[in-house]
Design a protein around this ligand. Structure first.
Ligand code: KG4
Ligand code: ZN
Length: 348
């Protein structure tokens, strides 16, 4: 099946073309084209994503990406002939932004008479570890399904932090989530305290590389509570007070110590779930999964107890349409139906 996927839930406009086969038991995905137009420079002066600016930029970018992918005339017609499915993110995300993609996808599916399904952005992150580098066909031979499930998946992005117990490509249960700030949000807020630009995650990571992770003690919220929820706002407040009381503090030490505190909680709770549920693998995904220290710490922890570790290729950590193509494919296989309207708080 050939899939055209569209993503506009936040500040990246994405359009991708995928080939998917193999079904729920042996999915094989190949990314034929993955286009992303980033809006980061536009939102940066505001220190975060401005929904109406995002909407305006998506409206501008969607036709540009479409022309880049389809060209015009016979090439477009040839490509459309091969496409079987159009899929678009319907949530969660910023509703004005989501609507732009949904309307664009509806128009295309009407015009070219193709099936259209809504996709869940968080499911996109969850499946993103299956995506191969562009123009390569990956088969699941490196990770036979029996070596993946049951899995514990940690989704860490700017808007979400969730821990799932995943039984298969169609069945999972949420074990816990954040009670306040998402992990990425905590990185972004602490970055602001350190006068670093938006998005803060990569900036904190860069600065942390020159600091000491054990230089300052910051709390590890909810580490010892017997649930799988997270809380990051107390950690951010601890950094705020520390900065107020230590105006000459070495910012690299603050960044490294904060980063380590956040990572310790994420890794320890994930690994506790792995042990409790006898999982065969750990799946790490979402924008914060781009953090090398988090990937390394979680990979090492998984290796220590002999479970596999999966994380997406770098390009697929961040919001992109290729992962939405994967989510759309599995949505069809699962016979799940998402309403074709913006659902800002859609859950996984
Ligand atoms: O998944 P994503 O691209 O968008 C959402 O769906 O939210 O995640 C964006 C988040 C931002 O909060 C950003 O600061 C964070 O991911 N992030 C990082 C890193 N790169 C991006 N956080 C920590 N370390 C990084 N290297
Ligand atoms: Zn995302």
């Amino acid at each position: 099946m050939n899939i055209l996927a569209i993503e506009t839930s936040c500040d990246e406009t994405g359009m991708a073309l995928l080939h998917a086969e193999g079904g729920l038991r042996a999915p094989k995905l190949s990314v034929l084209m993955n286009l992303v137009a980033s809006q980061i420079p536009i939102h940066r002066p505001f220190g975060g994503v401005v929904p109406n600016l995002a909407k305006r930029e998506h409206l501008k970018n969607l036709p540009v990406l479409y022309r880049k992918m389809f060209g015009s005339g016979p090439r477009a017609a040839r490509l459309w002939k091969k496409i079987n499915l159009v899929t678009v993110t319907v949530g969660p995300g910023l509703e004005p932004a989501l609507w732009t993609g949904i309307e664009f996808a509806k128009q295309l599916s009407r015009e070219h008479k193709k099936m259209l399904v809504g996709a869940n952005h968080l499911e996109g992150h969850l499946y993103s570890f299956l995506l191969p580098a562009e123009k390569k066909l990956i088969t699941n031979h490196q990770s036979p399904i029996g070596h993946i499930f049951p899995a514990i998946a940690l989704i860490v992005s700017g808007g979400h932090t969730a821990l799932l117990r995943v039984e298969s490509f169609s069945k999972w249960r949420r074990l816990g989530e954040t009670r306040d700030d998402a992990a990425g949000e905590a990185f972004d807020k602490v970055a602001r305290l350190l006068d670093l630009p938006y998005p803060g995650g990569p900036e904190i990571e860069k600065l942390a590389n020159t600091g000491g992770p054990g230089a300052i003690f910051f709390p590890r919220p909810m580490l010892h509570e017997k649930n799988y929820d997270f809380s990051f706002s107390g950690l951010k407040t601890a950094v705020l007070y520390f900065m107020k009381e230590n105006v000459d503090a070495n910012k690299a030490d603050v960044a490294a110590s904060f980063q380590q505190a956040a990572i310790d909680v994420l890794v320890m709770k994930t690994m506790r779930a792995v042990r409790q549920y006898n999982a065969k693998s750990v799946i790490l995904c979402g924008g914060v999964a781009a953090n090398k220290k988090l990937r390394d710490d979680l990979r090492v922890a998984a290796k220590e107890i002999g479970v596999s570790f999966f994380a997406p290729q770098t390009a697929y950590n961040f919001d992109n349409a290729a992962m939405i193509g994967a989510a759309g494919y599995f949505t069809v296989l699962r016979k799940k139906i998402y309403r074709l309207s913006a659902q800002g708080t859609l859950d996984i």
